[in-house]
Ligand binder design. Structure first.
Ligand code: MN
Length: 151
């Protein structure tokens, strides 16, 4: 009876661990560790969906943020559009209030507006990033978003 109880306890503990490690449910592949990680705080992943070429002049990628992960402050000379696909996120333009982002939200970031985007402190987050107006769109990376700015 004692042995049976131990097996049962192990089952419960293992089940709990599996639940906690569950992947964010999102429509596009999570991809690999973001190659631009030095411009981010925390862990993010990137899966490119459309790479820049001469036909569509678009660069589209799926970005997945761990809880609390976010971009540095930055700006895009040709603007950017974010399509939120999963989790809860944050978006802020310099000098404005932080906005809460949910699945289905569309964020249109005008050219040269300083901003950051990322996950909520207690939720993973994923958005599609569309770089508009290619080939005239350069990203300028600035300082990290401090914990004080983020909270
Ligand atoms: Mn951006």
């Amino acid at each position: 009876m004692k042995k049976l109880l131990l097996v049962f306890m192990a089952f419960i503990l293992t089940g709990g661990a599996i639940t906690m490690a569950k992947e964010l449910d999102q429509p596009f592949a999570k991809g690999e560790i973001n190659p631009y990680s030095k411009f981010f705080t925390g862990t993010t992943h990137l899966q490119m969906l459309v790479t820049k070429d001469d036909t569509w002049n678009s660069s589209i990628g799926n970005v997945t943020f761990d809880k609390g992960a976010r971009t540095n402050w930055h700006k895009h000379s040709g603007g950017q559009i974010l399509l939120v696909t999963a989790g809860e996120g944050r978006y802020q333009e310099k000098g404005k209030e932080i906005q809460i982002l949910k699945k289905g939200d569309v964020v249109k970031i005008p050219p040269n507006v300083e901003h950051w985007h990322g996950a909520a402190p207690d939720s993973e987050f994923a958005h599609i990033s569309i770089e508009s107006n290619l080939p005239n769109n350069e990203t300028s990376w600035l300082e990290p978003v401090t914990d004080k700015e983020y909270k």
